[in-house]
Structure formats: structure tokens, C-alpha cells
Design a protein around this ligand. Structure first.
Ligand SMILES: O=C(O)CCC(=O)C(=O)O
Ligand SMILES: [Fe+2]
Length: 338
């Protein structure tokens, strides 16, 4: 399981004005729910967004996925918790190859009504499109094996272009297994959302020929040092139970940490945005992704398509069957109009 650098194809993305502005915090306009913390701190956990029983069943499908590559991994045998017995994962246990974004269990999570309701509240509409993003399947790996050194390195970033200086996206993690302090998971830099614009002004000299329009920016050591040591931002490990939904504003600096205990991390990355935002061209591309079993990045509107050419031939696993979607799922996919 080498840590792969994923190349994704990049259809043109450009800074767009945000037509929805629900994401700014004001004490006068308190919601009395998860949105207050989300809009203030840049992250929040919604407990019990879906049932623990369903979460466990989805987690089991995640382990089926890992075992089905027939590389030697067996969830019941800790001696097989080794990188070379697993399919290729990207950083922090994130799997985005092998057509995983079109796996039935990923779609079943996206069709969970409790999760849809949370994003409907955020955007003020039930007419949403959902991402066809990666999953997280992190088997605990040895921290002393030098081959795993890269696995344990932080990869602090935001999933929003420095050119979009406004509320743009809320990302989510449907948490499938109990996720305590040692179990890996989302690390957030508390306080960094408020400083999203300022950090790029302060480090303007690092922009080279200009900041990227792509919604992914990895912060330089100088930026992180400034955020932590001068601005007082604090790293926080988000903990959650199976069935909880973790949310964060894409301007919050974050990364996914691998487990350092005995238990595996399993999660589905999930993000919904109003269907009204998409162009006909991108809607057609979404449907093509489902047809061709392609995975995308996090934003259901301005997504990039993961280049499946990087899927290694290290496994005999066939690609997934086409997912079967409910009527609601077909609307969330963009196959059927609202
Ligand atoms: O694995 C995580 O908790 C975070 C992954 C991540 O950075 C993302 O999905 O944008
Ligand atoms: Fe991210």
C-alpha cells in the first residue's frame, strides 16, 4: 500500500460568486443547533445523524472492499495489517481509486435521510446534489516500520482555493466506526477558518504566479507557524461515534490522521450543495461519472474527476457493479431533475 500521489484531471474551475450566504456566524442570528458551532468555529459534530446499526453495516462493507482485492488483508487477523497487503490508499487512509466513489455502500450512506436533512438545513433547500467522493479505510499500521513514515505525516490543507474568499463549501464525514483519540480521524486547526483570507494576504509573496483556482491548498510551514504561534490557532482531534456526522467549512485547515491504536478507521466523505448551482455541462459530467464508475473530489458542483489511470493493477478485484439508487438517490446524483 504505497502512499500514492493522485493526479486528478482538472476541467476548468474558476472563482465563482457564492449565491448562498448562510455560512457566516452572528451571535444575534443563533440557530440553537450544530450550525452555531459550525459557522463560528469552522467545524462541528452532529451526533446520531444515522443509526449505529447502519454505520456498522457500512463499515463492514468497507472491510469487504479491502479484503476483496485478495492481497492478503484479513480484518480478523492483525498480522495482516500491513501496507503491502492492502490496496493503494492516499494520505491518511483515504481511498479514491478503484471506482470506490460509486460503491453501493457509499451511495447507501449518501441516501441516509438524517444526513441529507443536515445539509438541507445548512443550505436552506432540499434540492441538493451529493459528492461522489472518496472513503476512508484506515487499517492500523506499524509506526516503527520506516516504510510507513509517510503515513503518519500531517498534511495540513484547506479544500478551498485562496481565490474564493467567501463561504463556499461544507464538507462532511459520515463516521462509521467509533473514533476516539487514538483511532485517527479529522484534525482541525481551531481558529483557522476566520484567518483564511488573512493568511493568503500575509503570505502574498508565496503565491508565485498566482494562487491556484483548484479547491485544494496545502499550507506552507511558514503559514502553519504563523497560524499556530502568532495567531494562537490550536490543533484539535475531532472524536465521534459510529453514526455521527462530522462537518467542517472548507476554509478550516485540516487533515486526516491515521489510527495509532488497535482499531481501524472507516468513514465516507460526503458533501451536498444546492442543485441550482450546477451548470448543464457539469451535470452531464456527473452522470458520466456514474456510468463510468469514476470517483470525484469533494465538491458536488465544482468537482474534479479522479484519474482512474492511477488505479494500480495490484489487485484482481473487479470494478464495482453499477450502484442501484433510490428515487431520492437519483435526484441527489443528478440523474433525475428536481
Ligand atoms: O480524513 C480526514 O479526516 C480528512 C480528509 C480530508 O482532508 C478531506 O476529505 O478533505
Ligand atoms: Fe481535506
Amino acid at each position: 500500500m504505497p502512499v500514492a500521489v493522485q493526479v486528478v484531471s482538472s476541467p476548468p474551475v474558476s472563482p465563482t460568486p457564492a449565491p448562498y450566504k448562510p455560512g457566516e456566524y452572528s451571535p444575534e442570528a443563533a440557530y440553537g443547533d450544530f450550525r452555531d458551532q459550525l459557522f463560528k468555529d469552522g467545524w462541528a459534530v452532529v451526533p446520531k445523524a444515522f443509526s449505529e446499526e447502519n454505520a456498522k453495516a457500512y463499515a463492514s462493507k468497507g472491510h469487504d472492499f479491502l479484503e476483496s482485492h485478495n492481497l492478503g488483508y484479513d480484518r480478523n487477523d492483525p498480522l495482516t495489517f500491513q501496507a503491502h497487503l492492502l490496496p493503494t490508499v492516499s494520505r491518511g487512509g483515504l481511498v479514491n481509486l478503484y471506482g470506490v466513489g460509486q460503491e453501493q455502500f457509499a451511495w447507501d450512506v449518501r441516501q441516509e435521510q438524517g444526513i441529507i436533512d443536515v445539509f438541507s438545513k445548512i443550505w436552506g433547500t432540499e434540492e441538493l446534489l451529493v459528492s461522489m467522493d472518496a472513503v476512508n479505510l484506515s487499517v492500523p499500521l506499524s509506526q516503527t516500520d520506516p516504510k510507513n513514515a509517510g503515513v503518519f505525516e500531517p498534511w495540513a490543507h484547506t479544500d478551498q482555493s485562496p481565490n474564493r474568499q467567501f463561504f463556499h463549501c461544507i464538507q462532511g464525514i459520515a463516521n462509521l466506526a467509533p473514533n476516539g483519540p487514538d483511532d485517527g480521524g479529522l484534525m482541525v486547526l481551531q481558529g483557522s477558518k476566520e484567518l483564511f483570507n488573512e493568511v493568503f494576504e500575509k503570505f502574498d509573496h508565496q503565491k508565485g504566479e498566482g494562487w491556484t483556482d483548484i479547491d485544494s491548498y496545502h499550507h506552507t510551514p511558514e503559514m502553519l507557524d504563523w497560524l499556530v504561534n502568532e495567531k494562537g490557532c490550536v490543533w484539535h482531534k475531532v472524536c465521534a461515534d459510529a453514526g455521527d456526522l462530522i462537518l467542517w467549512d472548507s476554509r478550516t485547515v485540516h487533515y486526516g490522521a491515521p489510527p495509532v491504536g488497535q482499531k481501524a478507521r472507516t468513514a465516507v466523505y460526503i458533501c451536498y450543495k444546492p442543485a441550482a448551482l450546477i451548470t448543464p455541462e457539469r451535470l452531464a459530467l456527473r452522470v458520466e461519472c456514474i456510468e463510468k464508475l469514476w470517483t470525484t473530489t469533494h465538491d458536488p458542483i465544482l468537482f474534479r474527476v479522479i484519474d482512474e489511470k492511477n488505479t494500480p493493477s495490484d489487485s484482481i478485484r473487479p470494478y464495482p457493479a453499477k450502484p442501484v439508487l433510490s428515487a431520492r438517490g437519483r435526484q441527489l446524483a443528478g440523474i433525475d431533475a428536481y
